[in-house]
Design a protein around this ligand. Structure first.
Ligand code: AMP
Ligand code: MG
Length: 340
């Protein structure tokens, strides 16, 4: 999502989250990290103000560390180093990279490659979200399809190394890294700073810690893909992640007026086109929600629902191009409401 579009989106989301309860203070900070606008809102008692400020500093420092590992737009990032060398020799990687790659391979297998961490070259060809996006020719796309394959990534858990068994692809972890970052922040804030109430909004990738107050859950808005940043539905959650992949988050329009979004279907090389405009996943782990939201956008409603029903404690909200909403079985009037 570009910066200008992201700011109203985040503001509207936060307006819906009617803040922490009255006896607490709220500290909020917004910055651009990993190419997206991130807003952290921490709540606590007024006695905890200094500790909350320290927690906020530590959280943004951690985000910068993770950006240096996972961002493909930072020249000397760990992922770029891996992309340059792992086809020639096994590369020793950080704990973070090893953990994310392990999970990425799991979700690639689970979704039959709908989520595929090896689409880096295809993503770079489209370059959506950059200043210079373009529509690749069919010839180029045809050549590109078949080069990527998550099975070309080999992990050695003992040596904590990564090897690519082909030089014809590159890694892109943009569909999972923000989720991992949200889980990391939750761990840092709760275990090291004792934070009990927070909303971590990493560019639409939301993780809430605790409840709004007592037993009252937080209300998280789901954006209307036809009218962002308007929220068209609310989910009620406590200690949970709510992660959306949508065609309105990053896109560009060609000179012919055709709109192309950033979630690619590895089978065609084009943006996924299953008649849906957003998929929201609701589950405890933000990394799980992130990988699944991208995968389900590619799989579509029917296959996506079948997959969700095979998993425990994961719910999904699909919004279709005509604004129909399809819910997974665990969502009902107790925890979900459509606003219009
Ligand atoms: P998300 O916003 O989490 O759905 O992730 C979208 C981002 O993940 C894109 O900007 C790309 O960097 C990358 N991506 C696009 N399509 C896929 C895909 N099918 N599988 C994995 N990553 C993808
Ligand atoms: Mg994702």
């Amino acid at each position: 999502m570009n910066k200008l579009r992201a700011i109203p989106f985040i503001l509207s989301l936060l307006l819906l989250l009617t803040g922490c309860s009255t006896r607490t203070i709220t500290i909020e900070r917004t910055d651009e990290v990993m190419g997206t606008i991130m807003t952290l809102t921490l709540c606590g008692s007024s006695r905890e103000e200094a500790s909350l400020n320290n927690a906020m500093d530590a959280a943004f420092l951690r985000l910068r560390e993770l950006e240096q590992i996972f961002s493909t737009t930072i020249d000397d990032s760990e992922i770029n180093n891996l992309n340059q060398t792992a086809a020639q020799t096994p590369v020793a990687v950080s704990d973070e990279m090893f953990e994310v790659l392990t999970d990425a391979l799991y979700y690639a297998e689970l979704t039959d490659g709908a989520f595929d961490p090896t689409l880096g070259r295809l993503i770079a060809l489209w370059n959506i979200g950059s200043a210079t996006p373009s529509v690749p020719t069919d010839d180029v796309l045809t050549q590109e399809i078949g080069r990527h394959n998550y099975r070309h990534i080999q992990l050695d858990a003992d040596a904590q190394t990564v090897t690519f068994t082909s030089a014809d692809f590159s890694l892109d972890l943009g569909a999972i890294a923000k989720g991992y970052a949200a889980d990391e922040l939750e761990d840092l804030l709760t275990t090291e700073y004792g934070v009990k109430q927070a909303i971590l909004n990493l560019g639409g990738n939301v993780l809430v810690i605790g409840s709004k107050s007592g037993n009252t859950p937080w209300n998280i808005g789901i954006t209307d893909p036809q009218a962002p940043p308007e929220a068209m539905a609310l989910v009620k959650v406590s200690d949970c992640s709510v992660v959306t992949s949508g065609d309105y988050q990053r896109y560009f329009e060609s000179s012919e007026g055709v709109r192309y979004h950033h979630i690619l279907d590895a089978a065609t090389g084009y943006p996924a086109d299953q008649g849906i405009t957003s998929v929201t996943i609701i589950t405890a782990s933000s990394m799980r929600a992130d990988a699944l939201s991208t995968a389900l956008f590619v799989l579509g409603v029917e296959k996506g629902l079948a997959l969700i029903e095979s998993l425990e404690d994961v719910e999904a909200v699909f919004i279709s191009s005509n604004n129909d909403i399809t819910l997974s079985p665990g969502l009902n009037t107790d925890n979900f409401s459509r606003l219009y």
